[in-house]
Design a protein around this ligand. Structure first.
Ligand code: EPZ
Length: 431
């Protein structure tokens, strides 16, 4: 286990500005989709996070040529792919590796990908992905933890997703983009990164309409061309800093955002007592309200309150006056991190998909774990507002999805550091 930790001392009243990176969940879908495009693409505003590095490593093993133009720009050349079977260890560490099924199937008519891992929210089925592939005529089977899909001549079809699934929507879109004829996806996910992926594919010559509403139409094309494409800003990274600003009674300017994507998050932070002021591509979030107010939240598919902001808002609500209720409307069990907040003095009870949070005056810093990516963001927010010092381990989860979160918070005035703990001494890492 890594001995890297994040150490935080109480840090209220932050000031300054923070720039949001490209969206993790856009970047992962788009990088995989380049396999289907078949021509070199340059992707800009890619977040410098370990999930992107992992996806690039997986693509390289398939024969894709990856050139880092800069920290946030990558040239991806998929012309010499040699494998359609991705059964590497890395696959199990990232949910988004399942996009390779749709991408390899679309380009080569076959794909075998080990079943993915990713954050543990209970069951993470892929039945809707399979339903999408079968609607295009593919034969699908899972044997020994490897899902295989095959169809030499994909034909457009109609698929109604029984569950609003981001992954199944994206995977079906990628698989359909070169199929003969028209594919219609009904009950499609509307998340910003679904739209971003459709825009990327259309910039390569695809013919996709309706991304962002619940019916997406894909008219198959014979071939696609390379492109230069800029990833949209990360809605969840932006929301995380917004919640942190309210929790720490701060006044920060968050730049490189798309205001439309932050409506649900802003609504809840205003209910709690935050002040939110939008500009064209930035948002100022301030709070000088000592008595933050309780509020109820239900996470839903976009445009509802995002499930990936659920742990962060629970950390904030743990110090809001009154009793708040948070219902997890997407995942079957996404409250594993609550035990870590309880160690800091939060009063939260959980019953299935419902968390009941009784606000306390203050949290107290201690040693905690980051049980998954967004849970890590939650304990960072808790550490900023807790009395004393908080030491967070398992921070590799956080590094999966947040570019330089320690440096960004430190630049806002937070007392936060990366450290490497060794038995005999502690190294203070650069922010
Ligand atoms: C994506 O996961 C995101 N990950 C998740 O973000 C996010 O929580 C989720 O969408 C919901 O917004 C990436 O984009 C890499 P789903 P995904 O398919 O696609 C059920 C983060 O923090 N379902 O939209 O795996 C499923 O069980 C990560 O960045 C089926 O039943 O999520 C869940 O209840 C965590 N059958 C619901 O749909 C399926 O075939 C939504 O899942 C697929 C999903």
């Amino acid at each position: 286990m890594s001995n890297k930790k994040i150490v935080i001392n109480k840090s209220m009243n932050l000031r300054g500005s923070v720039k949001i990176a490209g969206a993790k969940n856009s970047a992962l879908g788009i990088l995989a989709a380049i396999v289907c495009v078949g021509e070199p693409c340059i992707i800009e505003n890619v977040p410098d996070i370990s999930d992107v590095a992992l996806m690039c490593s997986i693509l390289s093993k398939l024969g894709v040529k990856i050139d880092m133009i800069s920290k946030n720009s990558i040239k991806v050349d998929p012309r010499n792919i040699t494998l359609t079977c991705a059964n590497f260890d890395e696959i199990r560490h990232m949910r988004a590796s399942y996009y390779l099924l749709g991408a390899l199937l679309s380009r080569f008519g076959e794909a075998s990908v080990a079943m993915p891992g990713g954050c543990d929210f209970g069951l993470r089925p892929m039945d809707q992905h399979i339903k999408g592939f079968e609607a295009l005529g593919a034969k699908c089977e899972t044997i020994g933890g490897i899902t295989s899909v095959k169809c030499k001549h994909l034909k457009g079809g109609r698929v109604y997703l029984d569950v609003v699934s981001v992954g199944a929507t994206i995977n079906t879109m990628i698989a359909a983009v070169r199929a003969e004829g028209t594919t219609i996806i009904e009950n499609a996910a509307k998340e910003p990164h679904v739209v971003d992926l459709a825009n990327f594919l259309n910039s390569c010559g695809a013919d996709i309409h309706g991304a962002g509403i619940d019916v997406i139409t894909i008219n198959g094309v014979k071939s696609l061309t390379g492109t230069r494409y800029q990833i949209i800003p990360d809605q969840i990274e932006a929301g995380t800093y917004m919640a942190a600003s309210v929790a720490t009674q701060s006044d920060i300017l968050i730049t490189n955002v798309i205001p439309k994507h932050l409506e649900a998050i802003s609504a809840k932070l205003r209910e709690i007592g935050g002040e939110i002021e939008f500009f064209e591509d930035s948002v100022r979030v301030s709070c000088n309200n000592k008595n933050l107010r309780k509020c109820n939240v239900k996470t839903m598919p976009y445009p509802g309150f995002p499930t990936d902001m659920q742990p962060q808002i629970v950390a904030l609500l743990s110090v809001c006056e009154g009793t708040s209720m948070v219902t997890e409307g997407v995942w079957e069990s996404r409250f594993r991190y609550i035990s870590e907040l309880r160690r800091m003095g939060a009063k939260v009870s959980v019953d299935g998909r419902l968390a009941v949070i009784e606000g306390v005056k203050n949290l107290v810093g201690t040693n905690v774990k980051s049980v998954d990516l967004r849970a890590g963001a939650a304990v960072i927010i808790a550490g900023l507002i807790a009395d004393g010092q908080t030491r967070i381990e398992n921070i590799s989860h956080i590094e999966r999805g947040y570019e330089n979160i320690v440096g960004k918070l430190s630049n806002l005035g937070a007392d936060i550091k990366n450290i490497i703990e060794t038995p005999e001494k502690v190294f203070l890492g650069a922010c």
